[in-house]
Design a protein around this ligand. Structure first.
Ligand SMILES: [Zn+2]
Length: 242
């Protein structure tokens, strides 16, 4: 989960272990070399992970939310993919034209024979070099557009895989499995495929987990902690509680 956690200040928050508990800690709170300093208190990772899992498992019982999420996602993807498809078609068309031009130039070069006029030879060679350079550029553009399309399709496969896994787990639940028992592997699978990302912040003394994924986004409260200030103080002193 820790690769998916960002602080309100923008830093990635790696998990860090103390005796007993693990925490998400912003590097800006302890690393004096950090580009900027930050005062976000640490968040206990088991509590954050739990809140996130409660949110994700809510999708299991909310078919409407999942359907709406998928539909909205697909609409966004279609908007991304349509111009990419058009761009790719245009590039392919231009590549075809340039290849024909190259073949014509090469034929012209051959027709010049063994003892061609120097200026004509130089011009023909220059034409060939120019078209070859254009073709190199076009091939590179084509690779980039294809990579973007592939990326969009991978995401669609991920969402599909997540929904299939949800269906599977749901079927197991109907056979008597407790939702709380959903194993670690299944949880991780869903969190990865749905691309869950979270931002940790404090608003009015309340610890907030901002969660988003392909299907939904939501602000989740971790509640106000009585020892909130003390936690920050102890962290500042480098003292770890049990
Ligand atoms: Zn921070």
């Amino acid at each position: 989960m820790s690769k998916r956690v960002t602080c309100q200040c923008g830093y990635k928050m790696p998990g860090s272990g103390a005796k007993g508990y693990y925490y998400y800690v912003c590097p800006g709170t302890f690393n004096l070399d950090a580009a900027h300093q930050c005062n976000l208190p640490r968040f206990r990772s088991d509590r954050v992970d739990d809140v996130i899992w409660q949110w994700v498992r809510g999708f299991f019982d909310d078919e409407k939310l999942v359907e709406r999420g998928v539909a909205e996602y697909q609409a966004r993807q279609a908007e991304i993919k349509k111009p990419l498809g058009e761009e790719l078609a245009l590039i392919n068309e231009t590549i075809k034209e340039r290849k024909k031009e190259l073949a014509d130039n090469q034929r012209a070069l051959k027709l010049l024979g063994d003892d061609p006029p120097q200026r004509t030879l130089a011009n023909t060679l220059e034409d060939i070099r120019r078209v070859e350079a254009q073709l190199d550029g076009l091939e590179e553009q084509k690779r980039q557009v294809e990579a973007k399309i592939e990326n969009a399709e991978t995401t669609e496969r991920d969402i599909r895989a997540a929904i299939d896994r949800m269906e599977q787990v749901k079927a197991e639940i109907e056979e008597g499995l407790n939702l709380a028992d959903v194993n670690f592997e299944d949880r991780r699978f869903l969190i990865e495929r749905l691309n869950v990302e979270i931002t940790l912040r404090v608003e009015n003394g309340e610890k907030i987990v901002e969660a988003r994924c392909y299907l939904d986004d939501k602000k989740l409260s971790m509640g106000v902690w009585a020892n909130f200030a003390r936690e920050g103080f102890l962290l500042g002193m480098g003292v770890e509680r049990g």
